[in-house]
Design a protein around this ligand. Structure first.
Ligand code: HEC
Ligand code: HEC
Length: 306
């Protein structure tokens, strides 16, 4: 609850977009001076939307009494427990001293300002697809929040995964850096859906099975796994009979909005969180685009026991 309250406070601070009409009414001279700040506010609003799509809040906020974006959220994996860092603009404990390039490099390359490699539990393998503009809008939103002086907690992971330099090997094998490339053979809606799914909402980080090193098995894209986050089974969401092949138009949109499946069951656990903390805030057009894209991916046979 606290988490959501803080998030809203954050949004309210950025929600004060000056009424466009009144901006337009001021004399040209004044307008020239104001244009910069009006543009900046819009960028912050855009960032507020994108952090929801990207699911940053859920992971960067501790579950119990956590302050939004101040980190400390425990992520249990087969390799140990990782604790998300503070990404508020606090200069000492957060990312307050980071430049635009520092931020973009973290999301696009998984590399810290000091050159350290991030563990892939931070899903930069998805965020690498994001446009630079979207990444910078997210940074603008985060920098509009109040700084929180909460120190980071050390990860509790076992050898050899705790060795950051090991990430170099992992990266060579499993990290495919690069921005999203629209497919001109597909519709604008499909391309928007592909971008949202692969660069932002990172559905595949949970719905695509992983190998023993934690790398995504790309040839089994979205086909589900029994080894999901928090030890939860993650269903096959490809359009196959063993997946969601029998779902109709609008069914996926309504799930992403309400958490309710066509059989009236509600999704639980990490999927419910992903919806509550972000997906349900997406526009109808964006949810529709996600549905269009997911319904058109390659059908894969894989029955996941619930
Ligand atoms: C699945 C959980 C998860 C999600 C989702 C996630 N992060 Fe993270 N993030 C982490 C973890 C864990 C780390 C620490 C990785 C490490 O120490 O190697 C991290 C690290 C970072 C860092 C580096 C901070 C530092 O002090 O070095 C930044 C910046 C960041 N995340 C921003 C974001 C943004 C922006 C989003 C949303 C677009 C996001 N994260 C979504 C888990 C997540
Ligand atoms: C943080 C992990 C995570 C992310 C991110 C995630 N999901 Fe899920 N999803 C799950 C889990 C776990 C379940 C199973 C929930 C349950 O058992 O109640 C699930 C269930 C579903 C279902 C229900 C399928 C069925 O047959 O019951 C659909 C559809 C779905 N997710 C689609 C998506 C889409 C589309 C995205 C991206 C926009 C997404 N998910 C992102 C973890 C995730």
């Amino acid at each position: 609850m606290i988490l959501r309250k803080h998030f809203r406070t954050g949004l309210r601070r950025v929600g004060l977009l000056p009424g466009l009409a009144s901006v337009l009414a001021v004399p040209a001279l004044l307008l020239a001076g104001m244009a910069g700040s009006a543009v900046a506010e819009t960028t912050v609003e855009k960032g507020a939307y994108l952090v929801r799509a990207g699911g940053c809040l859920a992971c960067h906020t501790a579950k119990k009494d956590g302050v939004a974006y101040a980190g400390g959220h425990a992520l249990k994996t087969p390799f140990g427990t990782f604790y998300s860092p503070n990404i508020t603009p606090d200069p000492d404990h957060g990312i307050g001293r980071w430049s635009d390039d520092d931020f973009v490099r973290a999301l696009h390359e998984g590399v810290a300002p000091d050159g350290g490699r991030y563990f892939p539990v931070f899903p930069y393998g998805s965020y690498t697809r994001m446009t630079r503009d979207d990444a910078l809008a997210i940074k603008a939103f985060l920098f509009s929040l109040d700084p929180v002086a909460q120190p980071n907690r050390e990860h509790d992971v076992s050898f050899p995964f705790s060795w950051r330099f090991m990430q170099r090997g992992w990266r060579t094998l499993f990290f495919d850096e690069g921005r999203f490339e629209p497919d001109p053979a597909q519709s604008a809606e499909w391309n928007r859906g592909a971008y949202l799914v692969d660069a932002l909402t990172h559905c595949g980080e949970c719905h695509t099975p992983r190998n023993v090193f934690g790398g995504l098995k790309r040839d089994q894209y979205m086909s589900g796994t029994v080894d999901g986050p928090e030890n939860q089974s993650v269903p096959n969401i490809t359009p196959h009979a063993t997946g969601i092949g029998d779902w109709g138009r609008g069914d996926l949109v309504s799930l992403l909005k309400s958490g309710m499946k066509p059989d009236f069951d509600n999704v639980q656990g990490t999927m419910a969180e992903a919806i509550d903390d972000g997906l349900k805030y997406l526009t109808d057009a964006d949810l529709q685009a996600i549905e269009t894209y997911i319904y058109a991916i390659e059908p894969i046979e894989n029955t996941i026991a619930k």
